[in-house]
Design a protein around this ligand. Structure first.
Ligand SMILES: Nc1ncnc2c1ncn2[C@@H]1O[C@H](COP(=O)(O)OP(=O)(O)OP(=O)(O)O)[C@@H](O)[C@H]1O
Length: 378
């Protein structure tokens, strides 16, 4: 049995607190696991050396990050990098070995059983890869299940279940059993069940990896739509880089239990923190991820008044289209003001990954190309 060592969590008011705040988190499996984070020499060993010396496996190693309200926070990495362990630690489905976790400023490691139950049932709902549906219950009853175990009355939970079933596009299927649904539809039921309890944060553990590519794409669109419409905070595990880039506001890229880089898709693709990340993102079509901010230069006097307009968050790919159509540089317009221009040369440099903009210089003040201190290379 490992002992959890909980250091005190700073008090923050819910309004300004991140949804999750994780600080120096470790999960070590194996005998006397707690000695590993406590001993700098053991903590510094490679995974293989650690296993050899202690028989322990450090699945999560000294990880720190915040999940901000309303963002889609993606945890990405290859198989075995520690994604599931990390996300399960957030609600103590796996008991962390060392570190601090807070949800909206409340210390998770100090929660008693009933508070923890409340956390898992109401505040941080999980959507799993294997949908975990009850086979003999209808879609509606499966969706209402989370409310039922909370003790919500029948009429109220039925009304809520009907509402979320419609929200995820399963209208007309309320009375079917899970076995009468396709994989994608079953995953929608899983999603609806999590949404029904109206959680502060949805935790997705590789929910779409068993789905075929087209249905997977559909479900990703669904998540994006729900996020846009509801602004719900989401933590999303995936080993698929394209999925991470499509869904993530920010991505934590894990390797051997550590976060090797934490940043926006643009930061990760444009400014990889090390050779591992660079290799990881090598084949990403940069023009679909990088925004025009990367390629922007100040407008000359005769450029500010004409030319196609693009938004600062437009992708390089969109700007290429605008420039190609008009034959002149595009103006980057923010709130009706021209904040710079992008010409074909700078745009092509982003695509090729060469020149001044090759590694994602983000010119705008306050938007560093490199991850912010304490957030980047762990
Ligand atoms: N109960 C356990 N006992 C011992 N080692 C474990 C246990 N659970 C996970 N591990 C190890 O911890 C490491 C991280 O596992 P984890 O499942 O978190 O990785 P993952 O990135 O989610 O992988 P996948 O994408 O394959 O699910 C792996 O080396 C795994 O073998």
């Amino acid at each position: 049995m490992s002992t959890t060592v909980a250091a005190p969590v700073a008090t923050q008011t819910p309004a300004d607190a991140p949804v999750f705040s994780v600080d120096g988190l470790w999960k070590v499996f194996g005998p006397k696991a707690e000695r590993v984070p406590a001993d700098p020499e053991l903590a510094a060993l490679s995974p293989a050396e650690l296993r050899q010396r202690t028989g322990c496996n450090a699945a999560v190693r000294d990880v720190s990050f915040d999940v901000r309200k309303g963002e889609v926070f993606v945890v990405m990495g290859l198989s075995g990098s520690g994604k599931s362990t990390l996300v399960r630690c957030l609600t103590r489905l796996i008991e962390p070995t060392y570190g601090k976790i807070a949800i909206e400023g409340e210390d998770v490691l100090g929660m008693d059983k009933s508070r923890l139950r409340e956390l898992r049932r109401r505040r941080a709902a999980m959507v799993f890869q294997h949908f975990g549906l009850l086979p003999h219950r209808s879609v509606l009853d499966n969706v209402a299940y989370g409310l039922e175990i909370q003790g919500v009355g029948k009429a109220e939970r039925r009304a809520k279940a009907e509402e979320v079933v419609a929200k995820v596009g399963l209208e007309g299927m309320e009375q079917r059993r899970p076995g009468q649904l396709s994989g994608g539809q079953q995953q929608r039921v899983g999603l609806a069940r999590a949404l029904a309890v109206d959680p502060e944060v949805l935790l997705f553990d590789e929910p779409f990896s068993a789905l075929d590519p087209l249905i997977r794409r559909d479900m990703q669109e669904e998540v994006i739509r729900l996020h846009r419409e509801e602004g719900r905070t989401m933590v999303f595990i995936t080993h698929d880089l394209n999925e991470a880039l499509r869904l993530g506001d920010r991505i934590a890229l894990m390797r051997d239990g550590r976060i090797v880089q934490l940043g926006t898709p643009e930061e990760i693709v444009g400014s990889p923190a090390d050779d591992y990340v660079r290799e990881f993102v090598r084949d990403v079509p940069r023009e679909q991820v990088m925004t025009v901010r990367t390629a922007m230069r100040p407008a000359a006097a005769d450029e500010a008044g004409h030319g196609p307009a693009v938004a600062p968050e437009a992708t390089v790919s969109e700007a290429i289209e605008a420039v190609a159509r008009s034959g002149c540089p595009a103006r980057v317009m923010d709130d009706g003001r021209c904040v710079g221009v992008v010409d074909s040369e700078a745009l092509l440099e982003v695509v090729a990954g060469t020149g001044e903009h090759g590694e994602g210089q983000v010119d705008e003040p306050g938007r560093p190309a490199a991850p912010a201190p304490g957030e980047g290379v762990a």
